[in-house]
Write a protein that binds this ligand. Sequence first.
Ligand SMILES: [Zn+2]
Ligand SMILES: [Zn+2]
Length: 365
Amino acid sequence: MSRRSQKLVEYGKPLLLVREQVPTAPPGGAVVQVAFAGVCHSDVHAADGLALQAKPPIILGHEISGTVRDLDPGVKSDVKVGDRVVVYSMGGCSACSRCAEGRPIDCLNNVRNVNGAFIDGGFSDYVVCPDSKLLLKVPDSVAMDTACLLPCSGLTAYNAVTKIVPTVADVARHTDNCAVILVGAGGLGLWAVQIAKQLLPSNVRLVCADVDVDKLASAKDAGCDVTVHWEKGDNERSLVAATRKACGASRCAVAAIDFVNLPETFSRVERILGQGGIHAMVGIMAKPGVVGTIPLTPFVLTNHTLAAVAVGRVQQLEEVMALVANGKIKPPPISHHPLESAWDVLQMLKAGKVKGRAVLKLSKL
Ligand SMILES: [Zn+2]
Ligand SMILES: [Zn+2]
């Protein structure tokens, strides 16, 4: 039996459609027949050799849902052959205590068994998961095209919101003038708006900023309270003033999540955050070598916290899956594409022409 895959063979060059033998489960791992594979901005960066450190030849794709087809019988696992699952793609060494706790992103041995970057990914009929503990069952109420988005964009947005929860809850205990700003109302931003409405205190004012007014309208529909248009070319002082005004009576934000994370959004957020605020950085839009700067002494005096958000933990994936299963949060609009068009979809994504999320549809399940 063979599998079709879209393989990156050279940075910046169209992916190659290849047919190869279907793999078997490695020790401790599994083979999943892919139902849907999300096409993510990280895949665009990986194809261009800019992020994820993907080394060709490699099959891209780290947002994967499907059905378990082969399992190492020698390993105790929560899943069995035939189960509908998602793959947590950011595997580690599977041996250290952090990996055992479901935190392979912080693997103590610094091993990165990441599908679509260091090992073959989901732009294929079948994918190998190196550790069956990284497979999570998908409840019947969750559609498989939605499910494939959860281990990346859904989980990252969830982790970002959980990072700011303690700071926001503390301020909301003291005052009703409590604003949180989300920068970027794309796929992650729309997940985050809904998750913030679930996890943050109800008296928090949720402000969304973006350069795109259509995306801001979607953020409003998703439940954000106020939007602010960060029009390109507007002067910095007036943008900061407009955003502070959008924050309400406090004229500042207690927390910010930056899904863009370019030098201009970084410094703008620092100027909008209030005393003791937390600044969560998520976006990987900056090319290698691009730096953000902060005035060091004022930064210390503002008592800000900078927090990096890299995907999330396996346990958090379970939590965000439960929110979707219970209808508390909804996915962004999803478009389906055949495996053969993976390269075209990557180019559409690069050109900013994908509304919501684009997924490759592999098998009928
Ligand atoms: Zn992704
Ligand atoms: Zn490890």
